[in-house]
Design a protein around this ligand. Structure first.
Ligand code: 2AM
Ligand code: CA
Length: 258
């Protein structure tokens, strides 16, 4: 955990500096696009260097560099150096760093860090989930009618728009509010913290969700694929919440439209 936190905080400092510059570049003709890609890669290099130094041989799955096999196939870091890239690019301070550790294919630790708010979410298997020093628990709300539900909206060139609109239509009529924050890792951390009651999104990669999944489970919540099964990484779909909200969300999303 110390190793992961150190890597996240160090990369967070780098991202924060670059985020300040993005706000200046916003008004330039070229825009901050290339600059953001560089910031993203720099953060990944920092995380990779920190983790590889502390645990030589562990394997990696990283958003920018892909899979890097180590001598130790039992352990794998799953890293997203900048989750919420579109927000970062637009100067919106909702983005995060996500680092998870798998042991023999099982998630054993996760860190999500939002450097703009200095919020550090951590979880270790069997040890609970925390926001900074505070122990986390998923929200206790039992009914969708009281619930705030996060989601991810597909956009240009990405995702099944028609399907999403059906789900949105089904869910929005039953809940107290829908939110679209733009960083899946942070959305899941918010569910773990009880700020949002549930979340669903499709088309995600393992590095978007790995740390968030263990945060939610350690905070007493449920995270599954959109069929209620364990294939989140394989399907790219995630549905999360406390037990009753998770169940109700799964059911409501899939209701056929009359
Ligand atoms: P990213 O910022 O690292 O790309 C937004 O709905 C969420 O989807 C973010 O967590 C975003 O992660 C993730 N995502 C995964 N693949 C994406 C893609 N190809 N384009 C945009 N967002 C993507
Ligand atoms: Ca991501």
């Amino acid at each position: 955990m110390n190793v992961m936190v150190q890597a996240a905080v160090k990369a967070g400092r780098s991202l924060s500096r670059d985020f300040g510059e993005v706000q200046n570049l916003q008004v330039s003709m070229k825009g901050p696009g290339d600059y953001v890609s560089a910031a993203d890669k720099k953060a990944e290099q920092i995380i990779h260097a920190e983790l590889a130094k502390a645990r030589p041989g562990y394997s990696f799955l990283m958003e920018e560099s892909g899979a890097v096999a180590g001598d130790d196939p039992q352990h794998r870091w799953i890293v997203d150096p900048l989750d919420g890239t579109t927000n970062f690019l637009h100067g919106i301070p909702i983005f995060s760093i996500s680092i998870a550790l798998e042991r023999q294919g099982q998630l054993v630790a996760g860190v999500v860090y939002n450097p703009a708010m200095d919020e550090l979410y951590t979880a270790e298997r069997g040890g609970g989930a925390f926001l900074n020093d505070r122990r986390l628990r998923v929200a206790a709300r039992k009914n969708l009618s009281d619930a705030v539900i996060g989601t991810g909206v597909p956009h240009l060139g990405r995702g099944h728009h028609g399907n999403f609109l059906i789900e949105l239509r089904n869910v929005m009529g039953e809940v107290s509010g829908i939110r679209r924050m733009g960083s899946a890792a942070l959305d899941l951390a918010y569910v773990a913290a009880g700020r949002m009651d549930g979340f669903w999104e499709h088309g995600l990669q393992p590095w978007d969700v790995a740390a968030g999944i263990i945060l939610i489970r350690e905070a007493g919540g449920f995270a599954t694929d959109d069929k209620g099964g364990q294939g989140i990484f394989e399907s790219g779909s995630i549905v999360a919440g406390n037990e009753p909200i998770h169940k109700a969300l799964l059911k409501t999303m899939r209701k056929p439209i009359k």
